[in-house]
Design a protein around this ligand. Structure first.
Ligand code: PMP
Length: 315
């Protein structure tokens, strides 16, 4: 029997219907972007009729780090936040892929640009969320004329809500120019990442990806896929600065992210990547990743939280 989904939010310490979860127009975070956020996916396995949350704890840890950088207090323990996320997912009752958004935000209703002497609060909401980029056809990308923010302006390793204006500029420029996704260079002119994804290139069978010094968000999907590449497929991984023109000559390029999963990049600046089709290593990693996040690979059960009682992982 299909449950009727009733999306909930967690606001001011209570679960409430999403439609009733409102904040005041004077809220500091709304006026100045002074909030930090996460995106956690629940991935639906229709065979088991189970929803699996992916690496919730790592997302909560990154949320706390983002909050610390922004001088914010997350008033709940990691265990409490994980439990709120699980309860939100279970009580909302979705039987499809979902996205859960935790936010720590400056909740004071005052005027004045600053981070100190303000109240902080925490909220959650859930929404159904399918594919963000096309995982089969892949993404046609363009190098953005907008540069990725630097740690000396807005720290890129923190998921600061206001920072995402930078990403939105790049995404819109790319899409209005007929591409699927933007690739941002850092202020030095080296490859940083997509508007909501990390980027990996493959040269001579080796995976190469930019490191934190190139202003990336330190991605959880990236960590997952690099681990699979090294441990399962025995591939070499190199973390180093990447030039724009390496995107053109790489045999494969792909993007990783909670929203985008593992998405092949088939074209950069109208130059075909390889033969312009998703590459074999990308497809292999993509398939392992999809199996892992939907509970079909028992060795990755530790990364998953089943939401509904009680299908064993990998059963
Ligand atoms: N870069 C940016 C700018 C992002 O917003 C995201 C999505 N959170 C990523 C990279 C990928 O990170 P993750 O795999 O942890 O979702």
């Amino acid at each position: 029997m299909t449950l009727v989904a009733t999306p909930l939010a967690f606001l001011r310490g209570e679960f409430v219907p999403l439609a009733e979860a409102r904040i005041n127009v004077m809220t500091h975070a709304f006026n100045y972007g002074t909030a930090v956020f996460e995106g956690v996916r629940g991935n639906w396995n229709d065979d088991e009729r189970q929803l699996y949350l992916f690496r919730v704890r790592e997302h909560v840890e990154r949320l706390r780090q983002s909050a610390k950088i922004m001088r914010m207090e997350l008033h709940y323990s990691d265990d409490e936040v994980v439990s709120f996320i699980e309860q939100l997912a279970e009580q909302s009752g979705y039987e499809e892929d979902v996205y859960i958004r935790p936010i720590v935000y400056k909740s004071s209703e005052v005027i004045g640009v600053r981070l100190h002497d303000l109240e902080d609060d925490f909220l959650l909401y859930i929404a159904p969320f399918g594919a963000y980029l096309d995982p089969d056809a892949g993404a046609r990308c363009v190098t953005s004329s907008w540069r990725r923010v630097d740690d000396t302006s807005i720290p890129a390793r923190a998921k600061v809500n206001g920072l995402y204006v930078n990403n939105a500029m790049a995404k819109t420029e790319a899409q209005l120019s007929g591409f699927d996704e933007a690739i941002l260079l850092n202020p030095d002119g080296h490859v940083s990442e997509g508007s909501g994804e990390n980027i990996v290139i493959i040269r001579n069978g080796k995976l190469i990806t930019p490191g934190p010094q190139d202003n990336i968000l330190e991605g959880i999907t990236l960590d997952t896929v690099l681990q699979m590449a090294q441990e399962d497929l025995g591939l070499e991984v190199q973390v180093r600065t990447i030039d724009r023109t390496e995107l053109y000559i790489a045999s494969e390029v792909f993007m990783t992210g909670t929203a985008a999963h593992v998405t092949p990049v088939t074209e950069v600046d109208r130059v075909a990547v390889g033969d312009g089709q998703p590459g074999p290593i990308t497809k292999q990693l993509q398939s392992r990743y999809f199996n892992a996040i939907t509970g079909r690979m028992p060795q990755y059960a530790d990364w998953l939280t089943p939401v509904y009682a009680k299908a064993p992982v990998g059963a």
